[in-house]
Design a protein around this ligand. Structure first.
Ligand SMILES: *Cc1c(COP(=O)(O)O)cnc(C)c1O
Length: 389
């Protein structure tokens, strides 16, 4: 097989073989509907569903009843925002979020504008960390919801979630956290943090695509998003995707067991990649903080050249990386996250995101750095920006 080094683990991850085994077994043996509990295959399906819920809940310190399975992280984000907005609209129509959220949040806020909701997008500093003071000052009597991501998907910055949770609690405002990138990378304890709602997705931690979850603290009442049957405690209709749910739970179980080993490995590879790129290539800058970032994330600007051209070369060399989020690649606009951090348009266009994985080796890192050195030099020779400099 041709060489392939996958350094785009923020976009998605390779499904673990144990997860696939679990899913295949459920597909083959447990085809019952978890709502049909009058016979044994339905009961068995229900048992798998509830065991899976327990494993996911336990992984983030929640009670089983506080976990609702959804179709993806995007659905969880949509549900939290639209559900809270429509449930609280009599109290107010103001939402606070940040400029660096995932499009699942940003575009949902944009949609809610049609219904008269107004959103304040709080700034971040040069390290991609939300300005908590500005967030606090943005609160108004009609603010009904604050939504801030736990960790950014493009440059990995980790947000002061505990501090923001305290502010939200003090002001009696619902607080939602998009923790899709944090699950498996940061130890999460929803009880200790006192969060109202948190979004998750399985495919970012070696689980299957098309399955997510929303944590909703006991007592939090928001509108339903998907209407229909009585599944998920009457809050999220639709026959449960049992094989996906069992696969999600298996991925959490493995991650819990391997947590320290895996994250130490990621950090080691991350830091090695940063160090080698900076040593071997001139005029490259790490975007964001050196250590207050996700264990797998390296986001670098290579001055005077275009990120897209770098990616084409890397692809020919068998390396998968990205210029930003998977959702915005294809559009040639610069990353909204880097721009919000104050990186100028030109530098933002020359940025590459590498997200290492549990399969990444030192040999992979050396190979990638060597390819980067070659392509950066080649492209700079052709770059009018570089020749002027
Ligand atoms: C991937 C991602 C999502 C979307 O999750 P899907 O399951 O792919 O819909 C939402 N937020 C963040 C921060 C993400 O990284």
């Amino acid at each position: 097989m041709a060489k392939r080094i996958y350094l785009d683990n923020a976009a998605t991850t390779k499904v673990r073989p144990e997860v696939i085994d679990t899913m295949v077994e459920v597909l083959q043996e447990n085809y019952g509907n978890p709502s049909s509990t009058l016979y044994s295959i339905g009961k068995d399906a229900k048992e798998i569903l509830e065991n899976s819920r327990h494993i996911v809940a336990d992984f983030i310190g929640a009670d089983d009843k506080e976990i609702y399975f959804t179709a993806c992280g995007t659905e969880s984000d949509n549900w939290a925002l639209k559900g809270a907005a429509f449930a609280k609209m009599n109290k107010g129509k103001h939402i606070i979020t940040s400029k660096i959220e995932h499009h699942a949040i940003l575009h949902t806020c944009k949609y809610l504008k049609k219904f008269g909701f107004e959103t304040t997008f709080v700034d971040v500093d040069e390290n991609g960390v939300v300005d908590v003071e500005q967030l606090k000052n943005s609160i108004r009597p009609d603010t009904i919801l604050i939504s801030i991501m736990y960790a950014n998907n493009e440059m990995g910055s980790i947000q002061p979630i505990k501090e923001i949770a305290e502010i939200a609690r003090e002001q009696n405002i619902l607080f939602h956290v998009d923790a899709v990138q944090a699950l498996g990378a940061v130890k999460l304890d929803v009880k200790a943090l006192d969060i109202d709602m948190m979004s998750f997705s399985a495919h970012k931690l070696h689980g299957p695509k098309g399955i997510g979850a929303l944590y909703m603290k006991k007592g939090v009442r928001i509108d339903n998003f998907i209407h229909g049957g009585a599944q998920e405690n009457k809050k999220r209709a639709g026959t449960e995707s049992l094989h996906n749910i069992a696969g999600f739970a298996k991925a959490c179980e493995i991650n819990k067991y391997e947590f320290d080993k895996k994250n130490n490995h990621l950090k080691y590879m991350r830091d090695l990649l940063i160090k080698e790129l900076q040593e071997k290539i001139e005029d490259c800058v790490l975007n964001g903080h050196a250590t207050n970032r996700l264990p797998n994330n390296v986001n670098m600007t290579f001055k005077f050249i275009e990120g897209e051209s770098i990616l084409l070369w890397l692809d020919m060399a068998g390396v998968c990386a990205s210029t930003g989020s998977a959702c915005s690649s294809g559009s040639l606009s610069a990353s909204h996250v880097l721009l919000a951090m104050g990186v100028n348009d030109e530098a933002a266009h020359g940025s590459i995101r590498f997200t290492v994985g549990e399969e990444t080796t030192e040999e992979d890192i050396h190979y990638v750095v060597n390819e980067m050195k070659i392509v950066v030099e080649k492209l700079r020779l052709m770059s009018p920006l570089y020749n002027r400099h």
